[in-house]
Design a protein around this ligand. Structure first.
Ligand SMILES: *[C@@H]1O[C@H](CO)[C@@H](O)[C@H](O)[C@H]1NC(C)=O
Ligand SMILES: *[C@@H]1O[C@H](CO)[C@@H](O)[C@H](O)[C@H]1NC(C)=O
Ligand SMILES: *[C@@H]1O[C@H](CO)[C@@H](O)[C@H](O)[C@H]1NC(C)=O
Length: 368
């Protein structure tokens, strides 16, 4: 009896040892170690915790599925670079090296965040598109170059694609419109060129599309107006040409529209200005012409309305003084003329909002 119970006790111990050792599959552990080997993080020592056999326990930034013990999340965030404080503590959140393609062996990965390390370079491994469970891909705030994988559309579960603030070039792959669940797209501040796919509006779940500071050309696809959930569209600081799609004014939840610093021409669609949900509208530094449509409504509430540096002519519309609120107005550097309207929304504005036009007059400029 005694020997039996001691045997079962040993079995128990053996079992416990095995289960303490087996949770992290050796192949997942090997993939993580290869990923780690291609990176250097000298200041915080986050990879010091990546030791021992069980990568599901105590490895900084690594999470496993509680039942299958497969690695599901890698979340490694440095420090977002504050543009004004760039030299302050800049060294602490720093990593060099590149993202190893071995990461693609982690075929249960749902989250890959390796963001704001400032100096990770190299390319996005093209095999990431085989990670069919991936929901979040965030490699923003590094120095990653090369192109967006051409078959990115294969990632059918992707909800967040954030590659902003890198050195990515090439075109936006046509397959991007197949990302049916994509909610957040940030490709801003890269070197992406070419046109936006004309069927970009197929991305029906998208709520934020941030593509500013690239080298995008061609016209703005009118299909974008079909995106019923799009709240924030930033196409600023590119080389878009053509006119602003008139359909944009009918978009139900669009509240931030930044098209500034492009080469847009034509007139400002009147629907854009009387869309009561619009809170920030920046059309500055384009080649927009014609008059400012006199269509502002009493429900309009603009945090910012910037129409500066265009070729607008005529008067400042009287209806603008009937709006509920205008936090920041800029119509400077146009060819406007006539009396500046009087009204509560104008009371706090000063000369710079109206300067460098042809013949504007009245408070806060000189009397007419
Ligand atoms: C996720 O892991 C399970 C268990 O290891 C495996 O059977 C399955 O093929 C993996 N899923 C994918 C999409 O690779
Ligand atoms: C943008 O494109 C233009 C012409 O297509 C090219 O001359 C310029 O160097 C590009 N700029 C960047 C930042 O890639
Ligand atoms: C609008 O865009 C211009 C040019 O890109 C920029 O200088 C300006 O600060 C922006 N206006 C607002 C209110 O953000």
């Amino acid at each position: 009896m005694a020997s039996f119970s001691s045997l079962s006790f040993q079995t128990l111990i053996l079992f416990a040892v095995i289960s303490a050792v087996t949770p992290c599959p050796p192949s997942d552990r090997a993939a993580l170690l290869a990923f780690r080997a291609a990176l250097t993080e000298p200041y915080m020592g986050i990879f010091n915790s990546w030791s021992g056999y069980n990568c599901c326990q105590g490895w900084y930034g690594v999470t496993c599925d509680p039942t299958t013990y497969r690695v599901t999340d890698i979340t490694l965030r440095g420090e977002p670079s504050e543009k004004n404080l760039q030299n302050l503590r800049r060294s602490s959140g720093l990593m060099t090296g590149n993202i190893s393609p071995e990461i693609c062996n982690l075929d249960n990965l749902t989250t890959l965040v390796v963001a704001d390390w400032k100096s990770i370079s190299g390319e996005i491994p093209s095999c990431v598109t085989s990670l069919s469970l991936l929901r979040i891909l965030d490699l923003s705030g590094n120095q990653i170059s090369g192109v967006i994988p051409v078959d990115i559309g294969k990632l059918q579960r992707l909800a967040v694609l954030n590659l902003g603030d890198n050195a990515i070039s090439g075109k936006i792959p046509a397959s991007i419109v197949d990302l049916a669940g994509l909610m957040h797209l940030d490709l801003g501040n890269n070197k992406i060129s070419g046109e936006l796919p004309s069927d970009f509006g197929k991305l029906g779940m998208l709520s934020r599309a941030l593509l500013s500071q690239n080298n995008l050309t061609g016209s703005i696809p009118s299909s974008i107006s079909k995106m019923n959930r799009l709240a924030d569209l930033d196409l600023s600081m590119n080389q878009f040409t053509g006119s602003i799609p008139v359909e944009f004014g009918q978009m139900k939840v669009l509240s931030i529209l930044k098209l500034d610093s492009n080469s847009l021409s034509g007139q400002i669609p009147s629907t854009l200005l009387n869309n009561a949900g619009m809170g920030i509208l920046n059309l500055s530094r384009n080649g927009l012409e014609g008059t400012i449509p006199d269509v502002f409504g009493t429900k309009s509430y603009f945090m910012a309305l910037d129409l500066s540096f265009n070729k607008l002519t005529g008067r400042i519309p009287g209806s603008l003084s009937a709006t509920r609120f205008i936090g920041h107005l800029d119509v400077s550097y146009n060819h406007l003329c006539g009396t500046i309207p009087i009204g509560a929304p104008f009371d706090h504005l000063d000369e710079v909002s109206f300067s460098n036009n042809d013949c504007l007059c009245g408070n806060p400029l000189k009397t007419c």
